[in-house]
Design a protein around this ligand. Structure first.
Ligand SMILES: C[S@@+](CC[C@H](N)C(=O)[O-])C[C@H]1O[C@@H](n2cnc3c(N)ncnc32)[C@H](O)[C@@H]1O
Length: 748
């Protein structure tokens, strides 16, 4: 690695990729390219050491070893075993492998990690005669694998344990809900703290908890490398580690600390214990001399900033990570917290900036300010926002909202047009609520890109049975054309989320917002990361179904296919029903409830099959009449045809793409291959049987002529199965009922 640049990848929290890119450029790394969840860059071994030691937003620094085929487990094993592991793993060293990502043939990350570990061990045994031991907790060398649709990237973890472990936090002595050090640093970088600090400005955190933001800010102001206190690094167990070079990089960093001339950080908390912990952490971080800590209410912040008057105006940044809803306080306490924050902001010296980390969009209204920038991110499992304001910023823009329940509320918005969005949302939602009552459904779409500037959908979920009284909304931003100003779109999206909460009477923490991200999978929420499950009981068509609002790629109840489920229910009495692709598993419940003689639910993903099993059991549909099969759809069809099984009703909602099952087979694509698949499914139909084919793809043209040439009759029932609340998405909705024509059904 000393002989030139190598490809490296630094990971960071989603939403801070650009911040990380700026850090890498400031460290003079080459060919820096931010990507979803991190940034690619190129550098020498010394650069890699510098990245590990100096990056504040990164959680991990990895060396890219190779990209290998990953169409299935064998291809992965072969690709990994072909890599020269003997050059990286010293004799006697222990290893660990972790994996993330999935594709339809490699769905289980533990299985992938095991396969890769086996491949490394096989390679080393062949070359050296011995296999390395595995130590999952404390390995000498750790390997990471990212699985993509066709390939996997194999990395060496150079940084080792997550970089948020700076080494200044004492185990055991914790306040509630501390921020990760890397997230705190990312927020400070995004808020422009390095420039403010260089200009001699001050930072204030009036709700400092264990002091993470304050300590990270002090470290930035004093140019302290964030990794200096860390005891362990991933590269220490690597054959190519150059100890002398590392000592040089560390020594250089130690010499760059700026000695404190005055106080740069003021931090306080209402809880004396939190302040004690913050003080101890600051001492361990070696920055206590730059900080002034106090016990007190945030509303009194001005008192603690008085000493700045003697210093002249150098500007400043107030940061706050207030307690909120589901983690620290009940929603009922939010007004008190917001009032204290507002008092703190009102008393700040002129020209200060403010950054608030909270999932509560109501904070704009409380501060009476429009955020200049809004960043969507995760704080642990919680989806939250970083809202950046200037105290001398645009005037207060408030909009009065009357909610569906008649509550009046003032909501701060950034964009004047957001008032139009609010009016439209309320009008459509009122009509939908009345319609949904008649249709006996408790979850439905209330807004569907009705205004071009607000290209997003809003689905309202009202809990029933065990979830009675709960209300959630899911807001999904549509693909954003490049021509749209990203900042403006982000402000509109943030406005929309706040207005959805106020208009639909959904608590702020229960609006699940999925902002579209360049390069991210739009169906998978922010940054494509899995969020903690949000289970909810909802009602539809007289049935009670449990859904997971955070589920990917859908909640388990695709609302746009409600009409397809109803059709299945109407055709199901007395039938042997097969539900292919159980993402739409609720259709199995519809069929069983309508009196199907038997059901089988098939899906390639075991977790989806488990989900259908669970909702079926919750509706008392279990036992041998109801089967659940986790297998590739194509393989299931072939197996059933060979076994001469027959079904009276089949629902097929295939995915857009399926990978090759075996080398040389080729992948499967909906547009190209739907006729062949439907032909096979139709051969499973018993005399008089029906195949319901549905999908939600604007670009698909169902090849009716080719299906008819097979002897099938195809009836387009798209209009009939389009739910009222999805009429604006009619162009994407397809549903056909397929059956054999008068000609005899071919024998399988
Ligand atoms: C989410 S925690 C902050 C965590 C902190 N960022 C960390 O990394 O440890 C919120 C803190 O706000 C404090 N707090 C709540 N209301 C307050 C108020 N009115 N004034 C000052 N502190 C308050 C709580 O005591 C708690 O420590």
């Amino acid at each position: 690695m000393t002989d030139g640049d190598r490809e490296l990848f630094a990971r960071c929290a989603g939403g801070f990729e650009q911040v990380l890119g700026q850090e890498l450029r400031a460290l003079r790394m080459r060919r820096v390219r931010p990507q979803v969840g991190g940034a690619i860059f190129f550098g020498t071994l010394a650069d890699a050491y510098r990245a590990c030691l100096w990056l504040r937003a990164a959680t991990r620094v990895q060396l890219v070893l190779a990209r290998v085929p990953a169409t299935d487990a064998d291809a992965l094993h072969q690709g990994v075993a072909a890599l020269p592991w003997e050059r990286h793993v010293p004799p006697g060293a222990t290893i660990a492998v972790d994996a993330h990502g999935e594709n339809p043939n490699l769905r289980n990350t533990r299985f992938v990690a095991l396969k890769v570990k086996d491949a490394i061990c096989d390679r080393l045994r062949a070359v050296r005669g011995t296999r390395p031991d595995v130590d999952a907790r404390n390995p000498d060398l750790s390997v990471n694998v990212a699985v993509h649709p066709k390939k996997a990237t194999v990395y060496l973890n150079l940084s080792g344990p997550s970089l948020h472990r700076r080494g200044y936090r004492q185990d055991g002595a914790q306040t509630e809900a501390p921020l990760k050090e890397t997230l705190a640093a990312s927020v400070l970088l995004a808020a422009g703290w390095p420039d403010i600090a260089r200009a001699g400005g001050c930072l204030a955190d009036p709700m400092c908890g264990s002091g993470t933001l304050a300590i990270e800010a002090a470290m930035i102001a004093a140019n302290v490398a964030p990794g200096l206190l860390r005891a362990r690094w991933g590269f220490e167990g690597w054959s190519c580690h150059d100890r002398a070079l590392w000592d040089e990089v560390r020594g250089e960093a130690q010499g760059r600390r700026v000695q404190a001339a005055d106080i740069r950080v003021v931090a306080g908390d209402a809880d004396p214990r939190a302040v004690e912990i913050a003080r101890a952490n600051a001492r361990r971080a070696g920055v206590a001399d730059l900080m002034r800590l106090h016990v007190g209410d945030a509303a009194d912040l001005a008192r603690h900033l008085r000493f700045l008057q003697a210093r002249g105006d150098a500007g400043g940044l107030m940061v706050a990570n207030p307690p909120y809803g589901r983690r620290l306080l009940s929603d009922a306490d939010l007004p008190g917290v917001n009032a204290a924050l507002s008092a703190a902001v009102e008393a700040l010296p002129a020209g200060w900036r403010v950054a608030v980390i909270t999932p509560d969009t109501g904070v704009d209204t409380a501060l009476g300010r429009i955020p200049e920038q809004v960043i969507a991110c995760h704080n642990g499992p919680i989806e939250t926002w970083v809202r950046l304001y200037r105290t001398d910023s645009a005037p207060r823009l408030t909009h009065e909202v009357v909610s569906l329940a008649g509550r009046r509320q003032q909501v701060s918005v950034s964009e004047p047009n957001s008032a139009q969005f609010a009016a439209r949302l309320r009008k459509v939602a009122k009509e939908r609520v009345r319609w949904a009552r008649r249709a006996a459904t408790s979850c439905f779409r209330v807004y569907d890109a009705d205004l071009p500037d607000y290209a997003l959908s809003v689905d309202l979920y009202v809990g029933v049975a065990a979830s009675e009284g709960d209300r959630y909304a899911v807001v999904r931003e549509h693909r954003r054309p490049r021509s749209v100003d990203a900042q403006r779109a982000a402000r509109r999206f943030a406005d929309a989320v706040a207005l959805v909460s106020a208009t639909l009477d959904v608590p702020a923490g229960q609006v699940l917002a999925h902002q579209w991200q360049e390069g991210g999978d739009p169906s998978s929420g922010r940054g494509g990361r899995r969020a903690a499950p949000v289970p909810l009981c909802v009602g539809e068509g007289g049935l009670t179904l449990t859904i997971d609002l955070a589920g990917r790629p859908d909640t388990g109840l695709p609302l746009g296919q409600r009409g397809v489920r109803e059709l299945v229910g109407s055709l199901a009495p007395g039938t042997r029903f097969a539900n292919l692709t159980a993402t739409s598993g609720a259709a199995s419940v519809y069929a069983a409830a309508a009196g199907a003689a038997s059901t089988v639910s098939v899906d390639a993903f075991p977790d989806r099959v488990d989900w259908v099993r669970t909702i079926m059991a919750a509706n008392s549909f279990s036992g041998s009449r109801h089967r659940f099969v986790s297998v590739d759809l194509r393989s299931w069809l072939e197996r059933e045809l060979r076994a001469h099984h027959a079904y009276d009703l089949i629902l097929c909602v295939p995915p857009a793409w399926m990978p090759a099952r075996a080398p040389g087979e080729g992948d499967w694509e909906l547009r190209r291959d739907h006729v062949a698949l439907l032909g096979k499914a139709a051969r499973l139909l018993a005399p008089g049987g029906r195949l319901v084919f549905a999908c939600e793809r604007r670009e698909l043209r169902v090849d009716v002529a080719a299906l008819e040439a097979l002897g099938l009759c195809v009836e387009d029932v798209s209009d009939r199965t389009l739910p009222h609340d999805f009429e604006r998405s009619a162009a994407a909705h397809r549903c056909h009922v397929i059956r054999w024509g008068d000609r005899a059904r071919p024998r399988s």
